[in-house]
Design a protein. Sequence first.
Length: 346
Amino acid sequence: MHRVWATVPAAAAALLVAATAAQAQPSAPVPAPQNFEVYCQPTDPGLAELSGMAFADGALYAIGDSGTDENMAELDANCAVQRWIPVPVDPYDIEDMDARDGTIWLSDTGDNRRQRDTVALIGVDPTAGTGALHRLTYPDGPHDAEALIIEPDGRPVIITKEFAGTSGVYVPDSDTPAAELPSPGPAALRRVGALHSGPATAGGAPVPGELVTGAALSADGSVAAVRSYGRVYLFPVSDGDVAAAITTQAPVVIPAPIQPQGETVEFTESGDLLIGSESGGELRPLPPIMVLRGATELVAPVVDTDTGTAESPADAAGSNAAWWAGGAVIAGLAVVAGAVVVWRRR
């Protein structure tokens, strides 16, 4: 794995501006942390860079990112590796994965240096071990992205990771399902909006500098999860349109347990939420995969009796939130001030 050091003054400046704005907002109650518990304990060193998880046909698959992404693992209920499946296309930097209709989709979209002309999705048949490459191009220059959701109709949704500004949400320009994208391509992407992390700021504006590291969709398609290093955002989804949900709907915001480098999120078939992490260092033990039971129930629609419209429990409870903006900013400042550097992979 190739790494270089890089300073991030722009990110620090953006976070300081956001911190000042957050302090000017009225305070909001601090929600109680949700009860995450250990789901299973990975032990295979091949999972030290865990960056993506996905269920397919009842089996849990996992993959690391750049430098460890030549193979993906099939795990049992105890997180023991049952087999390693070679990725059939030489990847650049796989950062997430999702599954749809028996195909596992690998998000080869990592680009910390913002220098790739194309990114890619790799579709893998986990039984046959075969796959295909589908290159993609952004309409507005290179981005680093670590979050992928495949909608029920097969359309891929990519969410970028931004140190300053807000995470962009991209889909194929023609709304083409992943399986129908040209191979090897490229196909054009279009930006459909920004991640809506409100009610984290007044007016529901997205939080600047929230580093998105993974995403997932519940088995029934009703809830989308987008995670950062310190939080999970749960969005109610209507009619399978994940892109619309995460750019317009106010999420339920859940503090995540402290992890060395939390970059994975996935739903079980029953609606529990799994989160995983890289080890954060070659000599550290592998972190456990954690589970939040009944996570999808936290965003069951609530009917507003005055308007007749549905809203999430977070809206109904009035969890407006400058606190979340301040929390996101403080967490970001801690990362920036504590190291003033970021790890960058090739």
